[in-house]
Design a protein around this ligand. Structure first.
Ligand SMILES: C[S@@+](CC[C@H](N)C(=O)[O-])C[C@H]1O[C@@H](n2cnc3c(N)ncnc32)[C@H](O)[C@@H]1O
Length: 448
């Protein structure tokens, strides 16, 4: 099983001999300033090379982005943290660059995906067990009855399946889950759960009646005919995943992935040498849980628990009551938005407030004179740009970071896996998603 929140004792992996002589040290601030002046679009570069592509994930960033900052701002053996690690892009890039890394995320599926990408797996054994699971599921299907499904799932879960899946798919998926549940090796079990999930959450959502599932915006479409077999899809994904993981299987740097909140990081003060992260959009513009529950419910998560977890996401629909911020831009936006739509202003204020807490935590765990890089997209709400990159950089300064710069980068929509627009409203992230901010921060020596 995947680890949940405990305070990590660092160093987790570092050997004392790997400390660096002062002469090896990078001038982090000067380097960061130069990096922010580069073209950060990475147009024409391949983004879905091995390991990154084992599972679809909305708004994951192009691997070149974390890789650049990791390679230029840290030394091999140092620690890179992504406190909202999603599908683990930062972690994979850290491993490929021989840095150790720590990923934190609240989303159970994100944690599983990142874990599988970064853990050492016996791949030949994974294929063998995967094929046995498939064989068992095929046998299981022959004696499948509704009462077996009733034994496995709550009535709420079954109602969800009936709404989104066709009968033959339900039977095949339930048979696969039964076979996976028998696998006791926890690493291989998690690996198989991720393969299973990748069969459901795909760009075209082919096994479901949902449109736009991978972008976490499922819409039910009764005209969709699901004729694909879940077993065939599982077989394909099993081999695809193994091939994709092969390239990083023998690298010695490792990652630790923990399910926890960025607002309360299970890490010691001053313990990581770089943070590279990409926080969610405000106001639920990408609703991870809405998409991820399509496999999490199959994997046994209680739908009510998932609803509760969803409320803790940064960018949820909760509303703040304290609307005063240590950022002029934030105060102006909240005031202007409040005149048009008080509730939406509360939701945006909640986002800023949560990010303030997150930034305080990032400052606490970062080593002195080291960098944090935040890749932040904005949203248009009620016709008002909430200017997330500017606001978050002002809040970062107020909590004690030194702001080195805020670069702008064009978003290549497919590369970042952004939602496609079905009805072209001028709200949400649609209107802004051609651009995002890259905020470069340093923890000054004067901080505790
Ligand atoms: C834009 S995604 C990160 C994508 C990632 N950079 C990648 O390449 O896959 C934002 C992530 O923040 C996570 N998140 C949201 N609220 C969180 C919280 N309170 N604590 C930790 N992670 C959170 C979401 O689950 C999501 O995985």
């Amino acid at each position: 099983m995947v680890r949940t929140s405990t305070r990590l004792q660092l160093p987790l992996f570092r050997e004392p001999s790997k400390e660096f002589a002062p002469t090896d040290r990078i001038n982090v601030e000067a380097t960061l300033r130069l990096l922010l002046q580069r073209d950060l679009t990475f147009k024409g570069e391949k983004t879905d090379y091995p390991a990154h592509k084992i599972h679809a994930f909305a708004a994951k960033f192009p691997p070149q982005l974390p890789r650049l900052f990791i390679r230029e701002l840290t030394q091999p053996g140092e620690y890179v943290l992504d406190p909202m690690s999603g599908s683990g892009t930062t972690l994979v890039e850290s491993i490929l660059s021989e840095r150790n890394s720590i990923g934190i995320d609240l989303d159970p599926l994100a944690v599983m995906i990142a874990h599988v990408k970064t853990t050492t797996l016996n791949l030949p054994r994974c294929v063998q067990i995967g094929e046995e699971v498939l064989q068992e599921a095929r046998t299981e299907l022959q004696s499948f009855t509704q009462s077996k499904l009733d034994e496995m799932y709550s009535s709420q879960a079954i109602a969800f399946f009936d709404y989104w899946f066709e009968k033959h798919t339900i039977q095949e998926l339930a048979s696969l889950v039964r076979a996976i549940r028998r696998i006791q090796d926890s690493k291989i079990n998690t690996f198989l759960q991720v393969v299973f999930s990748s069969v459901i959450i795909t760009k075209n959502g082919a096994l479901t009646r949902a449109r736009d599932l991978a972008h976490s915006r499922p819409h039910r479409d009764l005209n969709r005919k699901v004729d694909q077999s879940a077993f065939d899809a599982f077989a394909k994904r099993l081999h695809f995943t193994i091939e994709s993981l092969d390239s990083i299987a023998n690298i010695s740097a490792r990652a630790e992935v923990v399910r926890a909140k960025v607002q309360s990081l299970p890490l010691q003060d001053n313990s990581v040498e770089l943070i590279v992260t990409s926080p969610p959009y405000a106001a639920n513009a990408i609703d991870y849980m809405r998409g991820h529950k399509f496999s999490l419910i199959w994997l046994g998560y209680d739908p009510k628990l998932l609803t509760d977890i969803r409320k803790s996401y940064i960018g949820s629909e909760l509303r703040a009551t304290n609307l005063n911020f240590p950022s002029e831009t934030a105060n102006h936006i909240i005031h202007t938005l409040g005149l048009k739509a008080a509730q939406r202003a509360g939701v945006v204020a909640h986002y800023y407030r949560e990010m303030e807490t997150a930034l305080r935590e990032m400052l606490r765990v970062l080593a002195h004179e080291r960098a944090a890089v935040l890749v932040v997209g904005s949203s248009i709400i009620q016709g008002i740009d909430i200017k997330a990159p500017t606001v978050l950089s002002e809040i970062a300064a107020s909590v004690g970071f030194k702001v080195v710069g805020v670069a702008r980068r064009e978003i290549l929509r497919d590369a970042r896996m952004m939602p496609t627009s079905h009805n072209s409203t001028k709200n949400g992230i649609e209107a802004r998603m051609h651009e995002e901010g890259v905020i470069g921060l340093i923890k000054p020596i004067s901080q505790r």
